[in-house]
Design a protein. Structure first.
Length: 423
């Protein structure tokens, strides 16, 4: 993590401000390290036995980590009970038991370690998402809900993990993915928020939109790939700073003179990942070349060949491996569901898209021919002849402001819940 001090700004300052707020030092997560943030930092440092210099280095970040991941590891002392630990850490006995399914409440063994969830949600929905924040959230949710199965399905060009998380044991297999496009990163917290709410509902037990979570868990297996393009997301959200080699290399590819980095959709090598799948790739190449997208850049370059990029290859390989029955690919913007590829009509795909339209209020449309090739959804439909949908969330100019998150999530929770049940 970056060393931060007064005058710093950007997504890591937002993350710092979020962690300090959770630790009892409330701040507005505006991403600007001003005097109020410095005061909060020095207060936190003094309270936790650190040098109170107002500089957020490795020791301060390490002490703050529990307020980002949402849990701590507690070594049991003689006399500890789950009730006393829950009261001490502002959590519940149920949350501790969920995180430690092997523990017997009546027989806590001194010296043994417990995962203790803290009394707040893990996934923030009011700050920019970076790969590092995603990694913290993955760690936190896996610790709180050990029934989540976690794997790394590949790595980006710069070596960042492509995480996959699975909840459920049912025979119906659905896969949700987000952030193929860098400046559509708001779709990542949409999936992560749903994963957290669903996991909590299953552990309580409770319901989502009237559907009992345990019934969903036993009927369906939901596979989440929340950030397909982590390098590009970090560029857009400011985690890759101006002046760095990566930032300047990307800026040199901006031959389209788009707003930079806000206009960046591609992976860090300048390939549009949602134009890199082998479903009419040659058609997409001809269309995009005719439109002037002939070289690596911020958007619409199809790459040198189908699946030329490690991110798209990992997605294709993983999709084949899990053999899912339905997929949702999350994008922004337009409040539209694209549901067909050419004349393919997978069984029940029209019936399902009408349901998803009803529960979200989104219109459903055929994909326009000029943008209807070489996408992930196109490839999935062609490859498997099964229902696949591109969900275009929100309205406006990408990247959408995080202030839209609440509405986007309300519109899409029905899509995410019912897609697991309709096959």
């Amino acid at each position: 993590m970056q060393i931060l001090r007064q005058g710093s700004f950007g997504p890591y300052v937002q993350l710092l401000q979020t962690a300090l707020t959770r630790a009892g030092y409330p701040l507005t997560p505006d991403g600007v390290f001003g005097e109020r943030t410095r005061t909060a930092v020095t207060g936190f440092q003094a309270q936790n036995g650190l040098v109170a210099d107002g500089i957020v280095g490795s020791m301060t970040w390490a002490t703050l980590t529990r307020y980002i991941t949402g849990y701590l590891v507690w070594r049991i002392n003689p006399g500890d009970t789950l009730f006393s630990l829950a009261r001490r850490h502002n959590t519940t006995v149920r949350a501790i038991l969920t995180a430690n399914p092997e523990v017997t409440p009546e027989n806590l063994v001194p010296g043994r370690s417990l995962v203790v969830p803290l009394g707040f949600d893990v996934v923030p929905t009011n700050i920019s998402f970076t790969y590092e924040l995603l990694s913290f959230c993955v760690d936190g949710l896996k610790a709180r809900y050990p029934f989540i199965r976690l794997s790394v399905i590949g790595r980006s060009i710069q070596g960042r993990n492509l995480y996959a998380l699975v909840v459920g044991r049912g025979s119906q297999r659905v896969m949700y993915n987000a952030s193929h496009h860098a400046n559509e990163w708001i779709t990542t917290p949409v999936l992560m928020r749903f994963l957290e709410q669903y996991s909590y509902a299953y552990s309580t037990p409770g319901a989502l939109l009237g559907c009992m979570a345990d019934e969903m868990y036993n009927k369906a297996s939901i596979f989440f790939v929340p950030m397909v393009n982590p390098d590009g997301v970090n560029l857009v959200t400011g985690a890759i700073p101006p002046g760095s080699e990566t930032y300047e290399s990307a800026r040199a590819m901006n031959y389209l003179r788009l707003p930079f980095p806000d206009g960046w959709k591609a992976n860090i090598r300048g390939v549009d990942l949602n134009l890199n799948y082998p479903a009419g790739w040659e058609i997409a190449r001809d269309i995009k070349f005719a439109q002037g997208y002939t070289a690596p850049g911020p958007r619409d370059y199809v790459g040198e060949a189908p699946l030329s990029e490690p991110e798209s290859r990992a997605m294709a390989d993983y999709t084949r491996r899990i053999d899912c029955d339905l997929t949702l690919a999350y994008h922004t913007q337009g409040e539209i569901i694209f549901w067909r590829y050419l004349d393919y009509m997978p069984p029940r795909s029209y019936e399902i898209v009408r349901l998803l339209s009803r529960v979200s209020g989104y219109a459903y449309l055929d994909t326009p021919y000029a943008s209807g090739h070489a996408g992930y959804k196109d490839w999935f439909i062609q490859q498997f002849n099964r229902p696949g949908y591109t969900i275009e969330c929100g309205r406006g100019v990408n990247p959408l402001d995080i202030s839209q998150f609440g509405r986007i999530y309300r519109d899409n929770i029905g899509i995410l819940a019912f897609s697991a049940l309709v096959i």
